[in-house]
Design a protein around this ligand. Structure first.
Ligand SMILES: [Zn+2]
Length: 51
C-alpha cells in the first residue's frame, strides 16, 4: 500500500520551511537558522499565526 502524500504534514504549532538551495522541506515549531542538509537559506512557507 503506497504512502499517500500529505499536503499538510506539519503539526498545528509547527511551520513549514523550504530550503532555497536544495529544496529540502522541514517542519519546525521554532525558527531553524539554516538547512540541515546543505546549510542553505530557509524560507518560511507557513504564514505566522496572529497570536
Ligand atoms: Zn538545503
Amino acid at each position: 500500500m503506497p504512502t499517500p502524500s500529505d499536503p499538510a504534514p506539519c503539526d498545528l504549532d509547527e511551520q513549514l520551511y523550504e530550503c532555497l538551495e536544495c529544496g529540502e522541506r522541514l517542519c519546525s515549531a521554532s525558527s531553524p537558522p539554516a538547512c540541515p542538509v546543505c546549510d542553505g537559506v530557509l524560507q518560511n512557507l507557513s504564514r505566522p499565526r496572529p497570536e
